[in-house]
Design a protein around this ligand. Structure first.
Ligand code: AMP
Length: 374
């Protein structure tokens, strides 16, 4: 077994960032790394992943392939990941092999399980929706009695873009027997998997904060972003968000406390619900670069992708200053077919992820409309 690399590990120009996952986030991270003279080695189970076009090296192997992981650990200077569902065993294996993994296993463990995530958020004083763990039909029924209706049942693990979720509304019990049926249906919808029941938050809008913490503990936060979802998938992200300065400051303070409590290194995305009185409820956080921060590539000197690379490489963080207003729109499924007209639009910055098959609900690219700041 090799000696662990120093926690203060600094990757110099020419060094190699190892990235677990090869999707569009890995693709944009690899391009940002190349811009500052760093190489990226992607580890991904799929051969034709979006990052394959732009990374310096790729290992195609399952996350459980210990021989491939060992070679990967030897070949890179630091390891990061582009999605929170990297198996915990993969990260602990790499760490035991001496790899420095940033952000660390603690952030991953909290973000992989919605119940642990909510417990953690409440422990550090960040408000969340009312919630309780659900393991079977009786605990779902008991949960509804405490959380109330409407409520959302979500799998604890592996849910994303609204997948693994189902709503329980106020009127499920209008007809005789309908209440029991609705509960059984909801439980079936989440695959009878360990879940969390969340009270529905009557939010006025949704915002997010993209923040970064460096290896030295330095914290930098981008401006709050206003997000609109369609069918559980992010559709648009707009900066500036139409919120009060007090709400913006509260959101920034919560994001900073999450970063510090996790002793985090890298970029994080924290999603909030804003209530009509300005109060903030944390929905969730993602221990990685975040879809709602894609506009930073076109409207900031240092994008969230470069910021993440700087953080995990042990570099000084960049100023998260925004030089333009921006509206980022995801191109989902067939929407990317309009690439020609989007490319011709003044002020539109088009990003396509090199995916061949435009399946419904699949993120194929995004377009950011920038406008000089007023
Ligand atoms: P999630 O996958 O948990 O981020 O949920 C996707 C989207 O569903 C959120 O961005 C909200 O628009 C909506 N949503 C999720 N949970 C709740 C909740 N407890 N109350 C209201 N809306 C929610």
């Amino acid at each position: 077994m090799t000696e662990p690399k120093a926690p203060s590990c600094i990757v110099k120009p020419g060094g190699v960032i190892g990235n677990l996952g090869g999707g569009q986030l890995a693709r944009m991270l690899a391009m940002a790394a190349a811009q500052i003279g760093l190489k990226t080695h992607v580890f991904c189970p799929e051969a034709h992943c979006p990052a394959a076009d732009v990374c310096a090296a790729i290992t195609t192997a399952p996350y459980t392939d210990e021989a491939a992981l060992s070679r990967f650990a030897e070949a890179v200077d630091v390891v990061t990941y582009e999605f929170e569902n990297v198996p915990a065993g993969t990260v602990s294996f790499l760490t035991k092999r001496g790899a420095v993994v940033r952000p660390g296993a603690r952030a991953l463990e909290k973000a992989q399980d919605r119940l642990h995530e909510k417990d953690f958020l409440n422990q550090i004083g960040a408000a969340t929706a009312a919630y309780c763990g659900v393991d079977d039909l009786p605990s779902l029924e008991a949960g509804l009695a405490t959380v109330g209706r409407p409520a959302i049942l979500k799998t604890r693990r592996l849910g994303y873009d609204g997948k693994g979720q189902t709503a329980l509304t106020d009127d499920d019990h209008d007809l005789p027997g309908a209440y029991d049926k609705a509960i059984a249906f909801a439980w079936d919808e989440v695959g009878a998997a360990p879940s969390i029941l969340e009270g529905f938050v009557p939010f006025q809008c949704e915002i997010s904060i993209i923040g970064a913490r460096g290896a030295d503990g330095d914290i930098r936060l981008y401006d709050p972003i206003e997000n609109v979802h369609r069918s559980g998938i992010l559709k648009t992200s707009t900066v500036p968000a139409v919120i009060t300065e007090a709400t913006a400051q509260k959101a920034a303070a919560i994001a900073a406390s999450i970063l510090n409590a996790l002793d985090y290194v890298g970029v994080i995305g924290v999603e909030f619900f804003v209530l009509s009185n300005g109060a903030l409820i944390v929905n969730e956080f993602a221990p990685r670069v975040h879809n709602s921060g894609h506009w930073t590539s076109d409207a900031c000197a240092v994008s969230q992708f470069e910021q993440h690379i700087r953080a995990v490489a042990g570099w000084p963080l960049g100023a998260p200053v925004r030089h333009s207003d921006a509206v980022m729109e995801n191109l989902i499924g067939q929407e990317a077919g309009a690439w020609q007209s989007l490319a011709a639009k003044p002020g539109a910055c088009l990003h396509l992820y090199g995916k061949h098959e435009a399946r419904p609900g699949r993120k194929m690219g995004h377009v950011t409309q920038v406008r000089a700041k007023v």
